[in-house]
Design a protein around this ligand. Structure first.
Ligand SMILES: C[S@@+](CC[C@H](N)C(=O)[O-])C[C@H]1O[C@@H](n2cnc3c(N)ncnc32)[C@H](O)[C@@H]1O
Length: 258
């Protein structure tokens, strides 16, 4: 608890985050605030033995959706359709991986160590550019927002400007023919750049070049500012900014590759 609130809570008061004046509130929120004050008094007289602390919150309306929701939704769609027996995840959001583990066997790779109590998670701490798995081992490979960081030191790996290319080749190598590779990365409509050492902002052509030996299934572009899908030509060209690319690609069957 914030030290100031620690003291104030002794007097049953608490500083709340919302410091909008009543005048600044929307009509809807004004009505809500009046309702709040009324029910606060009722809550104060509760017979449940609760002490009542005033902490005003107004979160009525559409449930907010984030860029991560759009990424996770895209992956969930393809996992639900393909029902893989085993998944390899490379560096994605732990929250999402933990959700996957409610249903799937997942091998997780990250350069940073992490603990897991889940028997169906195989935790592997290694560099994505040199995976310790045999060829054609996984039904599906997922990697959300890891590619742009590889080889840039930020997360403790060694400096290697081609680590992303090596890792992408490794993802394809360990994927079974016919399997899906689903990945997201930073994209720019302007000049591709290394924002050292935060990430790489790829051009669309660079991303497509990664996928040269794969079959296209679907791709989407996500506007980070508005957390919504956008078209390729609506991708930011602002050098200080980037948007997201997410794509689903299929590894060709052996005979198709020859
Ligand atoms: C933007 S973060 C993705 C989200 C992050 N896993 C989380 O749960 O918040 C990029 C992830 O890639 C991992 N990573 C960076 N370089 C790596 C490498 N060379 N090999 C494997 N993982 C790497 C980082 O440790 C980090 O977890």
């Amino acid at each position: 608890m914030n030290p100031v609130n620690k003291v104030l809570s002794l007097f049953g008061v608490r500083l709340s985050r919302v410091n909008k004046t009543f005048k600044q509130m929307s009509k809807e929120e004004k009505e809500f605030k009046e309702k709040y004050e009324h029910y606060f008094k009722l809550a104060e007289n509760n017979k449940r033995g609760f002490k009542t602390i005033k902490t005003y919150r107004y979160q009525v309306g559409e449930h907010p959706s984030s860029t991560k929701d759009l990424e996770f939704e895209f992956v969930a769609h393809y996992l639900y359709k393909s029902k893989p027996a085993n998944i390899l995840d490379i560096g994605s959001y732990r929250h999402f991986i933990l959700g996957l583990l409610a249903h799937y066997n997942v091998t997780t790779v990250d350069i940073r160590g992490r603990k897991s109590i889940l028997e169906n998670e195989n935790v592997v701490t290694c560099n994505a550019k040199a995976l310790e798995f045999s060829d054609n081992s996984f039904d599906t490979v997922v990697s959300l927002e890891c590619l742009p960081h590889l080889g840039l030191l930020r997360y403790g790996d060694d400096f290697d400007l081609d680590a992303d290319i090596k890792a992408f080749k490794e993802m394809i190598r360990v994927l079974k023919p016919g399997g899906l590779l689903i990945f997201s990365t930073a994209i720019t409509g302007g000049e591709p750049c290394i924002v050292f050492n935060a990430r790489r902002n790829y051009s669309y052509k660079m991303i497509r070049d990664f996928c040269h030996d794969l079959d296209y299934v679907e791709e989407k572009f996500i506007n980070r500012r508005d957390a919504c899908h956008c078209l390729l030509d609506e991708i930011t060209t602002d050098p200080n900014f980037f948007d997201y690319y997410i794509g689903c690609w299929r590894k060709r069957q052996v005979k198709e590759i020859e």
